[in-house]
Design a protein. Sequence first.
Lengths: 432, 403
Amino acid sequence: MSDTHAHSVAFVRTEQLPQLAPPSTAAGPVSWMRKNLFSNIPYSILTLVALYCIYLMLSGFVPWALNGVWNTSNIRECREVLNGVSGGCFSVLTERWNQLIFGTGYDREEYWRPTLTFILLFVAAAPILFMNLPRKMLIFTGLYPFLAFWLIWGGTILNPLLALVGIVVGYLVYSRLVNQSFAMGFFGGVAAAVVTWWIGGYIVGAIAPEETLLQAVPSRDMGGFMLNMILGTICVSLSLPIGIALALGRQSDMPIIKWICVVFIEFIRGVPLITLLFVANVILAFFFPPGSNLDLILRVIIMITMFSAAYIAEVIRGGLAALPRGQYEAADSLGLDYAQSMRLIILPQALKISIPGIVNVAVGLFKDTTLVSVISMFDLVGMIRGPILASTDWNGVYWELWAFAITLFFVVCYGISQYSQWLERQLATDHR
Amino acid sequence: MTTMTDPPQESFRPSMLLNDTRYRSYTFQFIALIVLIGAIAYLMSNLFANLEDQGLNISYDFLGEPAGYGIAQNLVEYDSQDSHMRAALIGILNTLLVAFLACVTATILGVIAGVLRLSNNWLVAKLMSAYVEAFRNVPVLIWILVINTIVISMPGPRAYRGDTPEVEMFMGIIAYTNRGIYIPAPTWGPGSLLVVLTFFASIAAIIWYRRYAVKQLYDHGRDLPTFLPSLAIFFIPTILMYFIMGRPIGVDVPALQGFNFQGGTQIGRPLIALWLALSIYTGAFIAENVRAGIQAVSQGQTEAAASLGLRPNRVMNLVVLPQALRVIIPPLISQFLNITKNSSLAIAVGYEDITATLGGITLNQTGRAIECILLLMLFYLTISLLISAVMNVYNNSVSLKER
């Protein structure tokens, strides 16, 4: 048939043409722009406005960042170098780097201590953050708090060692007694640890050497971003167990315990952190025995921990309430007692649900550690507002310093929230 | 023949207090109560011992004494001879003022950013994501200080002086200086009350008319025009009354006199810094709530509405928004609570809110730390409890009535 047909017309193409690229209106950047940027008139106007905004921001920011001066020793030299050209005096960051990051507590050759602590923090946190790392690493995580305390505060190593020994003794007693009942194990363990610390305190006081390996650093000299990190890490880690206890207490059937927890949580959540920091600054000392002299940093840690514990408790309560009733009943029908059912069935699931909320609280708390600058502690913000902007060398270098602070906090907080989203995807075991 | 008998009554043994679930909770609660009372008694005895050591006592008499300090931003009459109580009241009003302003602007900003973040326009959506992430991940204190720095770097009143000033007033009526922004203020002549009342009455009339139109549409199928009549009711009676009463309401435009601006209303620098920073910061959080709320309405609802033949804006107004609001409003209210609590950061830029007056200057002048901070906490606690009460009422009224 085709042969005969070929004779009847003048020309017939015998092979298929190569495919042409789709027209530029259907694919490629032009079509993408038409679809996503200029699909109709209001959108086009919106796009142009957005482009203009971006242009305005970049035209101010780019020359300022690119023409930056990095190696002068004060603002007048920097202005001479710039000579009227728009540019940032970033030399304030290089010249005051140690002050911004570590505060004024350490000698120049001792900055390795906080730096090492900071690096080890990642090693210690890694097995908690990533479940597929070897579980043996948790041993280092357990030792880290004592090591970090020694590295940061210095002084005799006997104090952190004593704390460690007390906890080990407490744990041994707990594991002996927990077979009888959880409550007995728990209270026995706490009592054993307290007794160990009490006795050990006298021994350490007697044998503590005058000369120590690491020079002791007083708390009031700590500052800079390190102070934000210290407060954030300590308070979040301490407030997790307290928050879990408060949440369980609030869910409890026992009215007195329930009301103690409710009043505590609602009171703390109802007042701003600043008032709690005022309490730490001027009132809290009144509540300790006369003559005792607590560090300001310790008082602040107590108040911030209470603050974040209340918020974490609410998040975990949400997780507990979200568990189906059947899980509680299943645990009961297996004959587990309260402690067992919570530890083995309820809390693992409830904590998993609450991870995003807990991370939100942690990020919020880390941001809120800047509030300590209001009660004249020199954290990153306090350091910028106080010693650096007030000094004659750098009076007037606002933008560089604030940009630095914004960048630091953004990197940390954005990193944590990205991690939490990743973890949420990892833990999503439900069907979809 | 055997009969069912009750199990033999056990006599009470002390070990049952710990091992029998019937008594165990009483034991625990009793222990908890004892521990709590013991802890409070211990703290209180420490407190009184410390107070006695320092020769202090707890007394609220200082509230009646003259404060002796001035407050720049005051909504009601105040001078430095007024009592500390009065200063605290000014502080409360200032807190409420900045919280209210910030709530309004943060909501507007957050709704716009949240909706635009879901827009099909790629560039705008990305820009809004950048805004949300940038502001959510940096402490609000830093933003307050940054915006304060921006306001400080605005031109001083001096720059407006001379025949060829360096800066012109914006549209000839608004002046922005490093001391704050000066805007025109209305002046109220005799009879202006009637004009204002007419204005509110016309707004009520618009609402009534719109309801009437909807009722007509549903009951009789008559589609009344709403837009033009509403516009007419909004403007005509008020303008008529304004001219009938002989133009009682005037405008007081700020003008440069000597070294500063006189007349008009001054919005002080600290208020601007705090207001803007709280709005932009909380706006980013509200944007996330709005986005989550809109996304919580399932796609099927939009498609069902579209298949009924509704136009896109009707789909939004009649189907998506009513369902999204149920999700959005509770977190929105807790953001308002956050704004109120974060407004206590005013102390960092020198805005005289309750934390700065009662918890700052009054505390330092009188040394009554415990009393001042207790009152301060009581104030914030009252506000929070009020807001959560409102939220509970709202939640109960909108929660789905399940059977």
